[in-house]
Each structure stands twice: as C-alpha cells, then as structure tokens.
Design a protein around this ligand. Structure first.
Ligand SMILES: [Zn+2]
Length: 491
C-alpha cells in the first residue's frame, strides 16, 4: 500500500472481531466468536507484521477509563461489558448530582458502554492512578511507538464537582498528559503520547500548558464534518461557540473545526495529524468509488495549510469494492500530495484492469456522479431542510439511469472475465458483482428520496440477498457489518 503507520485501536480490539465474526449482518456463515487467547494472538501477529515492515505502531485510544476501573483489556472497547466496583464509584464524574455509570436502554437501567464513562479528573487519586496506569502500560509495551491517551467518547458528561467544574475538560486533560510525560521521563521511556481534539476537548485548555511538547502529537478528528468541502481555514470573523460545561454543541462545518484546531495550535506548537473518517461512512454512498476521492485528495494536500504533518485514516479495512483506487491514491498522495488524482487513477486502472481499464474508470466516474454520494451522506448525517422538488427529481432521474448505464457496460466486463492475469480477472469479477449490486442500491436510494418506504425496504433486502449470494468474494473487499450500520434495512 505504501503507508508508514498502523493504528491498532483499543487495548485488545475485541469489538472489531466480534462484530465481524458474530455475522449479525447478512451472511450465510455461522457465528464464530473468537476467544481472548485468539484475540491476543492476532494482536501479537499484527504487531510483528507492522514491525517487520518498519512501520510506526500506534495503539489504544479510548478505553482508559474502563481500564482504570479494573476491567480486563478485552472489555474496554465500545461493545465491552463495563463493571465499576462499588468502592470505585467515588472516582466517576459527578453529573446531575450523581456518580453513576448507568444509562437507560429500552426503559431499563443498564451499565454504560466502557468508552462512555467519564472520571472525576480533578480528584488527586484519579490523576495519580491514571498517570501510573498509562506509564505502566507504556513500559509493558515498548513496541508501541505512539500511545494514544483519549478520554471518553461522549459529550457533555463532564464532572461537575467543585474540584472539576471551574476548569475545562482540556485543562484536566493537559494536566494529566503532563503527569504522564513526567512519569515516562522518570522511567526513561521515549514513547510518544497522542492526545485527541474531539468531543469536549475540541475546546482548548485555558490555563494548562504542555511542559514538554516534544513528547506529544496532536490528533485532529473532525468527526462531525460533512465531507462537502475539504479542510479549510475559517473565514475572518467566524465566531466559534464558547465552551459551556455539559452544554457543548460540536461544530459541523469543516471551517469551524479548523477554527478550534487553530486555537489548540496557539497552545500546542508541536506536531499533529488529522484523523479522519472518509472510509467509515461516506465511502459507501459513492458507488463509483471515485467521487469522494477528490475531497480526500484535497484534504491531504491541505494538511500543511492547516498546520498538520500527517494523516491517519479511521476506516474499514475491507474498503476495496468495487475497486481499490481510493486506498491506493490515499497512500500515494501522502507521499506526493501534488500528484493529480487523474494520474493515479489511470495508473491504477491500467494495472488492475489492463487494456479496458480506461473504460472501467470512465464507468466508475459516471456511477459516482449518478449516485450523488455527498447529498445522501449529508441526508444521513443531518436532517436537511426540504429539498426543492426539481432537485429531487433530478437526483431520482440520475439514480434511475444506473441500471441502464450498468447494463451497457456489462459486455466490457464479460469480455474481461477470462483475463490471463489472475489479479485482473479478480478485478473484473468484482465489477461483475458490482453490476448487480449498484442498481439495487440505486433503487433503494431513489425510493428513500421519494419517500416510498416499503419499496426502499424491499430494495435493501434484495441487496442483502444479493450480497449473501456473493459473500465468498465480497467478504474480502466489502464490510457488510459497517454497511448495515449505515443502512439498517440491509438485512
Ligand atoms: Zn470532579
């Protein structure tokens, strides 16, 4: 691929494996859950392969608060089972007068997810123990080059006790980071610490400052952006919403996000990277799989303009359907940001598809345009104001053309299915499967646009049956679990 770092999120990524092997998405295979021992072995294997390639290994992220409470490593991700011993409750954040870790689900009080609990960071015992915990982990894992220390993955659950409430979360965060740095220095450990600008830590600290900036790397995660425009500085005079304890609203435009990043950069002059999500949600809406690449490419090109030094993609690993151009281009652009996407695309399609690669690329561009991926992604993320009827008609008409456009392309696919080169044969086989996939998805989206609820559901179900029929090939390149999370009627 040409990438130089891998981020292995979580202590032990049980969630990722469980979601895949539980087969709770359309699949003909039986559930095959993995044991903790197997997961530990996978993690070791992954670390070895990363090291073998001379890549930078990054690890952990969320989950420290659950680990603090004594939960096992494999239960500290989004889906783990959180246990908070009674004597530890005093260390939880005080919110609405309670130090609680339950939430309501279906009218019942259930334990919060492990990554969703916040602690009382002003409590000296919490600080002392968290600092030791992170330092101990770093010491036990010298193979980790960049250790991510993130707080909880929720907003507006910050401790309101007298020790905590006078400072922003980011002030407590930086105080903790400085404590961890001192401890690592004392132990002569060179592990880098990654801190995260996200949720309530979008707002920078007011009083605390980094004692040793060289220890740290800033991570900018504009999770609320809409991928409508690339990274861009805020226009002069843009007012950013102030920090308000437990009443924070995340910025949604990329300019606002970058505005907060600038404020952080006043506090932290060190190195930083973007951590972004093009390959989690938005990519599925682009069935030509080339349109969203323009935003990604421009984001990468603009990293220096927004004061960042690199890019880590939070993503599905199985993101190669109908083809792998976005992954290929993502890696190439990080080395040579000025390379035109056209050049990368021509190169990739010639290599993966051979002589008819040009035609395949043109077909994909047509599909990207017909699918209006950005519009549907935005509809998914925010409830938009009523769209003008004419515009809806135009989009619906484009989606209605997907079937015919794909049918016209079929002969090109068919004449390449017996290509001599096995890699090219497989590339064309992916397009063959996609030629059945794309029209069904277009039907579903068109029905959504026209508010034909039953038709939409039927189309997703037909697509699910189709995906199961082709599971043996698709499961390597397409993440049906994440697809279903975004289109729940795909079942
Ligand atoms: Zn507190």
């Amino acid at each position: 691929m040409g990438l130089n770092t891998f981020f292995n999120e979580w202590f032990i990524p049980r969630m990722n494996f469980d979601r895949w092997y539980s087969r709770r998405y359309p699949s003909a295979q039986s559930p095959a859950p993995r044991s903790d021992a197997e997961l530990g072995a996978y993690s070791e294997l992954l670390k070895r392969e990363v090291q073998r390639r001379g890549m930078i290994l990054q690890a952990v992220g969320h989950g420290w608060n659950a680990f603090f409470m004594g939960n096992p490593e494999a239960q500290c991700d989004h889906d783990g089972r959180l246990i908070v011993p009674e004597e530890q409750r005093q260390f939880l954040a005080l919110v609405n007068g309670e130090r609680d870790y339950h939430t309501l689900a279906g009218g019942k009080r259930v334990p919060q997810r492990p990554t969703m609990v916040d602690l009382c960071y002003g409590h000296p015992e919490v600080r002392r123990r968290l600092i030791q915990l992170v330092a101990d982990y770093a010491q036990a894992h010298p193979e980790i080059d960049y250790l991510h220390f993130w707080l909880d993955d929720r907003r507006n659950d910050t401790c309101e006790c007298p020790r905590c409430r006078e400072q922003r979360v980011s002030d407590h965060y930086v105080a903790l980071l400085n404590g961890i740095d001192r401890e690592l220095t004392g132990r002569q450990l060179s592990t880098r610490l990654v801190f995260l600008i996200y949720q309530d830590t979008v707002w920078p600290p007011q009083a605390e400052r980094f004692a040793n900036p060289d220890r740290f790397v800033l991570q900018f995660s504009p999770v609320s952006r809409l991928y409508d425009i690339p990274y861009e500085a805020p226009p002069a005079g843009l007012k950013l919403a102030p920090y308000r304890l437990n009443q924070n609203v995340l910025p949604s435009s990329i300019q606002e996000n970058v505005g907060y990043l600038r404020e952080w950069q006043q506090v932290f002059p060190g190195r930083g990277f973007a951590y972004d999500y093009h390959f989690v949600w938005a990519h599925f809406f682009d069935q030509g799989y080339v349109g969203f690449l323009d935003v990604l490419a421009e984001d990468i090109r603009r990293l220096p303009k927004v004061g960042l030094d690199g890019f880590v993609s939070c993503q599905n690993q199985k993101a190669f359907f109908p083809h792998g151009l976005p992954q290929h281009a993502h890696a190439r652009l990080l080395w040579k940001p000025d390379t035109p996407v056209q050049e990368l695309a021509a190169d990739y399609f010639a290599g993966a598809f051979g002589g008819d690669g040009k035609l395949a690329l043109e077909h994909m561009k047509t599909l990207s345009a017909l699918f209006h991926w950005a519009r549907f992604y935005q509809m998914y993320r925010v409830k938009p104001p009523a769209t003008p009827v004419e515009e809806v008609r135009g989009v619906a008409a484009d989606l209605a053309r997907v079937n015919e456009v794909t049918a016209r392309f079929r002969p090109v696919i068919e004449r390449n299915l017996a290509a001599a080169d096995p890699v090219r044969r497989l590339s064309w086989e992916h397009l063959r499967i996609h030629a059945g996939f794309a029209p069904l998805m277009a039907d579903a989206l068109r029905a959504r646009l026209e508010r034909r609820v039953k038709d939409e559901q039927a189309a997703w179900q037909a697509l699910a049956r189709y995906a199961v029929e082709h599971e043996a090939t698709l499961e390597v390149v397409f993440d049906a679990h994440w697809f279903q999370k975004i289109f729940p009627a795909f079942r």
